[in-house]
Design a protein around this ligand. Structure first.
Ligand code: ATP
Length: 199
């Protein structure tokens, strides 16, 4: 599995549709300060489901939409598509190429697609979680993140490892199931009380 291409349109400094083709191996993005190198990495994090504006170096999520320049008007939506080569079947889906799209409008509405079919963010997270590309985005190590990881508390470091190993998804599912069971028990208790009152 490797990233094949990234298309950004209306995302941060990329007003026009721009496609970056990525070959297997190492890709270097070079350019002057402020030319948008980190915005490329932000686009990858965003399309994979990043929900924190701060992680994308903005104040609010709408800041990812092209805000305009002296010569170009602001745009109404941001769109990023990441195409992943799934020739080795690392992603549990019957396609050798998987494209994930995220779109966001100024009113805050968001859309997600897998291979041009509309889906939920959860579907993308589930698709990626077994591949080690999880919602915590540990595959993206930004400036200063390495230091933070080395100095993390043991339990935080454990969650990095669990996510990479694909355990975190099952832990989250278990937590969800336990919450449902608790709610069910509360309902049962209530039902028993009502039955006792009626007797
Ligand atoms: P450095 O080498 O200094 O780290 P860089 O190449 O990584 O720089 P970025 O941080 O990716 O640069 O890009 C910063 C540029 O993106 C700034 O010029 C900023 O104005 C522009 N930018 C960020 N968000 C938006 C937006 N929503 N609309 C338009 N331009 C934006």
């Amino acid at each position: 599995m490797h990233l094949k291409s990234l298309t950004v349109k209306g995302f941060k400094s990329f007003a026009s549709a721009t496609t970056l083709r990525l070959e297997p191996g190492i890709t270097c993005v070079v350019g002057p300060n402020g030319s948008g190198k980190s915005n490329v990495v932000d686009a990858i994090a965003w399309v994979l489901g990043e929900q924190g504006a701060k992680a994308l170096r903005g104040g609010k999520m709408e800041d990812v939409i092209f805000a305009g320049t002296a010569g170009r008007a602001p745009l109404g939506r941001a769109e990023v598509t990441l195409t992943i080569d799934n020739g080795d079947g690392a992603l549990p889906i019957d396609y050798t190429e998987v494209s994930i799209t995220r779109r966001m409008f100024r009113d805050g509405a968001s859309e997600y697609e897998i291979n041009n079919n509309q889906c939920r963010l959860l579907d993308i997270q589930e698709l990626l979680s077994d591949s080690g590309i999880g919602r915590e985005m540990h595959i993206i190590v930004g400036q200063g993140r390495l230091d933070a990881m080395l100095h993390a508390k043991p339990e935080d470091r454990r969650s990095f490892i669990e996510e990479a190993a694909g355990v975190l998804k099952h832990r989250k599912r278990k937590e969800k199931a336990v919450r449902k069971l608790d709610a069910m028990q509360t309902n049962l208790n209530r039902l028993n009380d009502l039955t006792a009152e009626l007797r």
